[in-house]
Structures are given as C-alpha cells and as structure tokens.
Design a protein around this ligand. Structure first.
Ligand code: FMN
Length: 461
C-alpha cells in the first residue's frame, strides 16, 4: 500500500516527527510511506501551482494519508496551516474525500489535544475516513514499550485501510451565517487613562464585519489607539523550529525581518492587546499563526505578563470550543488577563455595539486595577509540564528558560513544605490506631478541613 505522509515540520527530513515515520517504515517494509515535506517547502507550494498539484497527485494515488506534524503553539505550524488553507483556496477538497487517514504528532504534550482536535476536524471537513490519532511525546521513540505502542497504532492504521473499516466523524461542519454588522456611533468615549492600547489584526477588507468591528472598537476610545496589520509587517516566514532561541531568546531570523523588533517594541510595550481576526477553517489565518509561532523566541517563558487581552473575532466561535480553549490557554499561560472574546455571532448590531463598547471599558478598567483572573487547569497543568521538562530533558536546549524558572521560583518541587510534612506524618501515625482513625475519618474530617479558613474569617471580625 502507498501512504502519503504530509510532513508538517519546518525542519523537513531532520524532524523528530519524521523519525517516528521512519520507524514505522522500517517496521512495515511491505508498505510505502511516501514523505512529502509540506511545511519546509510551503513558499514553493504557495508560489508554484505545479508543486501543489504534484502533492495532490500523490494524495490521489495513495491508499491513505498520514498527517505527521510537530505541535506548534497549541496547533500545527503556520506553514502547515497555510497548506490546509491552500486545499480550500485551490479547490482540492475532493482529492481528500473518502481517503483513509490518521494523525501522528510529536510534542511535549502541551495542548497536543487541541492540535489533534483541530486536525481531526479538518479531516472531517475534508470528508476523509478518520482512523485515529497518535500523540507521541518527543522522546517516546527511545523507549521500547512506547515503540511497541507506535507499532500497534501503525498496524491498526494499515489494517483499517485494508479492511475498509467503517469510520465516523467527530465534528459537525461549521455553519457560517449571513449577518451584516451595522455599527452605531459610540455613546460615550472612554479615556484610556494613559494605558497603551494595541489592536492587532490581519484585516484585508475594511468593509467586512471584522473591519467594522475594529472601527467601532477604536471609536469607543477618546484617544487614538494603535492598529497594526500583520500583513503590513515585514515577516519573512514562519518559525523554523531551529530553537537557536533556547540559549538566550535570540531568534535566528535576527534583523533579517521586522518581527522581533515589532514584538519587543510594540506588543510587549502595550498594556492592552486586542487580537482581531476572522475565523478560517476552525482557527484564525495562517498569518495569525505565524505571529504566534514566531513569538516562540521567548521559548517557554511568558512574555505578556499582566497585560489585558481581548479578542474580537468574526466567525462561528461558538461552534468551535476547541478554538476558544486555545485562546484561553494562550492568555492564561502568558499570565495575561483574558477580558473577553467578542464575536459577530450576536443577534443584532446593537448587541454587538454594546459588547464592543463594554470590552473597551473593561480593558481600561481592569488595566487600572491590575486584575488578572486566577489560573485554571489550562495553565496550572500546562506550567507543570514546562517545569518538569525544562528541569529535565529540555534544560540543555532551553537554558534561557532554566535560568528564568530558577530565578522566578518556578521549580516548586519537590515540595519542601516541612509544616505539611510534619502534620501529615503525625496524622498518618495517629490513624494507625483504630479508634483514632474512626474519630478522624468518620467524625472530624469536615470540621477540621474548614478550621484554617474559619481562623482567617475570625481574624477579620
Ligand atoms: C514554535 C514551536 C512551538 C511549539 N509549541 C508546542 C506546543 O504548543 N506544545 C508542545 O507540546 N510542544 C510544542 N513544541 C515542541 C515541538 O512540538 C516538539 O519539539 C516536536 O517534537 C518537534 O518536532 P519536529 O522536530 O518534527 O519539528 C513547539 C516547538 C516550537 C519550535
């Protein structure tokens, strides 16, 4: 059988993910895994229609498609995202229809599920027959047990194709509605109180709902706020995954383009960031993805700490909870405050007016009181992954992170909470006595657990 492997790594054949594909090839010599470097050659694919067509021909003549990619910023790389856009732009959707398919990624498991949800949904949108997904930890290939699991996955994939097993979709198609936003003038203008507001966008047509939402938002402020269009920026390309930045946060693009200076001088200096864009195949545009990927020169160190962040989006966000989670996780992990996500899904223009006006008020108000909402599992859990990996295997490639984590006491393990350890030891000892055990677990547990909180409340009185 011939399987087309669509390589989503900007590193081409030198990709970690491709070593997993090479492993499968060695294990299953009777099948041909034809690797096509998509992300690393995206500029050629974009410019040269023939190059794109050759890829489509390969897909057409193969029995299955393996989407193999590294995780990039909770999704796939901007280059891979661009390829996905091209499938629709160049009307090649039919090439994928009814092809058996599977996903294989490598990552450190930081939001690998959102990338897999996204890719699964793309396969569903392409009417492919989805056989499953495999999210490998980037070092899994070094473990025999995990290699065995990968072998089983590949075997199931090949058998599934050969036996033409029935498959089902996980995601319903996204429905777009026709709604023309007719904005009203802002009722009152909000004083920015010296806060620097930066609106980022990838807007192409000011007459669209997005264009009108941005104008309406701008008009809510008494002072002129800055709007930067990502298309006007000098960005030569997506993140190359070279991780030169790991040593000292220096991007290998350096001064070859304007991204790093833009990020340092505009994005990081703003107090309030409003990200605006149009939903395109279940994410924002690949240009937006490039913005996020290139910010990786900060590696695993948050770079937007304490900022107020808002999103203004055109498109069916309510139908794509995965995308909402990506934005929530992104801002939370950055230790910024996600104020609101306003979309043009409101029923009427006046409701959307009110939401945009309120967003403008809230970002200024919350910046004034320096409010950052408490973290949830998204960043509490995510940070533990980074902490463990930067402490361990990733310490050498990401030395800059290591210094930051040490300085900011992010290595909060093993926990040296001596008081808790002593209390635990004493109580565990006491529970060895049956009567005490009964007393503690049956009678006192609830009371004892609220005592420390009650003490705080009593002090307040
Ligand atoms: C720009 C960039 C963004 C990344 N984002 C994530 C991420 O969101 N989650 C994750 O688990 N790993 C992330 N990684 C780690 C890579 O997914 C991981 O190292 C992968 O194995 C690289 O595979 P490759 O060599 O095939 O490109 C990121 C790496 C880079 C360079």
């Amino acid at each position: 059988m011939k399987i087309t492997v669509l390589n989503g790594s900007p590193k081409g054949h030198l990709s970690v993910t491709m070593q997993y594909v090479n492993f499968i090839q060695i294990k299953f010599p009777r099948h041909e895994l034809k690797i096509l470097n998509i992300a690393s050659t995206i500029k050629k694919i974009e410019k040269d229609g023939k190059a794109f067509q050759e890829i489509m021909d390969e897909v057409r003549s193969s029995e299955g498609v393996l989407w193999a990619f590294p995780l990039y910023y909770l999704l796939v790389s901007s280059q891979y995202k661009r390829f996905i856009e091209l499938i629709w732009e160049r009307e090649a959707v039919d090439v994928f229809k009814n092809k058996y398919t599977a996903l294989l990624s490598t990552s450190i498991h930081f939001f690998d599920h959102t990338a897999h949800n996204y890719m699964n949904a793309i396969c569903d949108d392409l009417d492919m027959k989805f056989l499953g997904s495999f999210s490998a930890g980037m070092y899994d290939l070094l473990s025999e047990k995990r290699r065995e699991r990968l072998t089983l996955f590949a075997s199931e994939f090949f058998d599934g194709i050969q036996n033409r097993i029935p498959t089902s979709k996980r995601f319903s198609p996204v429905l777009y509605r026709n709604f023309n936003f007719v904005p009203s003038p802002a009722g009152h203008k909000i004083n920015t109180q010296g806060k620097r507001v930066l609106i980022l966008t990838d807007l192409k047509d000011p007459q669209t709902n997005l264009g009108k939402m941005i104008e309406r938002l701008k008009n809510a402020f008494a002072e002129e706020v800055k709007v930067i269009n990502l298309h006007d920026l000098d960005i030569k390309g997506g993140c190359l995954g070279c991780i030169q930045c790991g040593y000292d946060y220096q991007c290998s693009y350096g001064d070859q383009d304007g991204y790093v200076q833009f990020y340092k001088n505009q994005v990081k200096k703003a107090d309030i960031l409003i990200f605006t864009g149009t939903i395109q195949d279940r994410y924002l545009s690949s240009r937006w993805k490039m913005f996020f990927d290139r910010s990786f020169f900060h590696t695993h160190t948050p770079s937007l700490v304490g900022k107020q962040v808002g999103f203004v989006l055109s498109g069916p966000l309510r139908q794509i909870p995965n995308l909402r989670q990506i934005f929530e996780a992104y801002t939370e992990w950055q230790q910024a405050n996600l104020v609101d996500i306003v979309t043009d899904e409101e029923e009427e223009s006046k409701e959307l007016d009110a939401r945009l006006q309120h967003l403008a008020e809230q970002v200024i108000h919350l910046a004034g009181i320096s409010y950052v909402k408490p973290k949830t599992f998204l960043s509490v859990g995510g940070m533990k992954i980074f902490r463990d990996d930067v402490w361990g295997k990733l310490r050498f490639p990401f030395q800059a992170d290591h210094h930051f984590y040490k300085k900011h006491h992010l290595y909060d393990f093993p926990q040296r909470d001596y008081k808790a350890r002593m209390i635990n030891a004493l109580l565990i000892l006491l529970t060895k006595i049956p009567s005490m055990r009964k007393e503690i677990y049956r009678k006192r547990m609830k009371e004892e657990m609220v005592k420390p909180f009650q003490k705080v409340l009593e002090k307040m009185k």
